[in-house]
Ligand binder design. Sequence first.
Ligand code: C2E
Ligand code: MG
Ligand code: MG
Ligand code: MG
Length: 282
Amino acid sequence: AKKDGIANTFKFYSLELYQRSSERVMLSNGLRRAIERNEFCLFYQPKLNLKTGRIVGAEALIRWQHPELGLVMPSKFIPLAEETGLIVYLSEWVIKQACSQIRQWQQQDLMPIRVSVNLSGRDFKRDRLVENVEQAIAAHEIAPNCLELEITEGIIVSHTSLTKEILAKLRALGIRITVDDFGTGYSSLSYLRNFPIDTLKIDRCFVQNIDKNDSDAAITMAVIDLARALSLEVVAEGVENQAQLEFMKRANCDCIQGFYFSRPVPATEFAGMLAAGKILEV
Ligand code: C2E
Ligand code: MG
Ligand code: MG
Ligand code: MG
């Protein structure tokens, strides 16, 4: 009986493990195919200058146009792409696509704005990143300062020396570097003076409860002051309402991004906003 129990337990676990891993295989095969079939697209969310109310940038956010599932959000496949290493190919595609979009908007006289793309930790474990960026910029003949790379605090903290080297090379090309989701999880601020960066982006989790939570408000103001003191630009992400907007204005934040002004939209819709001169009432 005892032997049976162990056998059953083993069977149970191996079945579950099997299902889990086969689901992963299915998804990652799906991702692999999706890369080959070009099933991804970029949505763009405006960043607004709080002094002028004008659109000064766009964050490119990836979506998977799945033949059966429809539009799949990045939270559903980026973690898997990171685990399997496929992220490197996705990032390569995102960089090219963003540069091509910048070129197109330039030709339509809709620039100058900056377009940012998100990168993952994996991208910083190989030197190819610099080459990819350099090639994409050259191929599309765009000014390097139109392109911005968003990297999370975690990337900077966890892969120090090579990361720093790669970032320095990218910045030497004239590309701007933003620390995304700033304030989440890492307490050491010393890297800020050692890393070649341009912008701090305050994480949405602080912005969300700014009017209800005194500590979130205090942290936000401290980050804005810190950015100011270090001559960095500061952006607040996830601004959803008038109260949050007013707070950021009072706190002297440079830029905001969030559903209050616009959700991420397809490229043509973004171009429409630029062409119409849509601005934020400030
Ligand atoms: P992120 O880089 O912090 O991007 C901001 C996310 O917050 C976006 O979600 C955006 O739609 C959402 N957001 C912006 N404003 C608001 C708001 O006012 N309220 C709320 N509730 N949400 C807001 P999205 O597009 O689902 O992307 C989620 C995350 O996926 C991104 O967070 C980024 O970490 C990752 N991601 C997106 N595209 C890429 C990509 O091309 N490459 C990589 N490596 N990661 C990506
Ligand atoms: Mg981002
Ligand atoms: Mg962010
Ligand atoms: Mg975020």
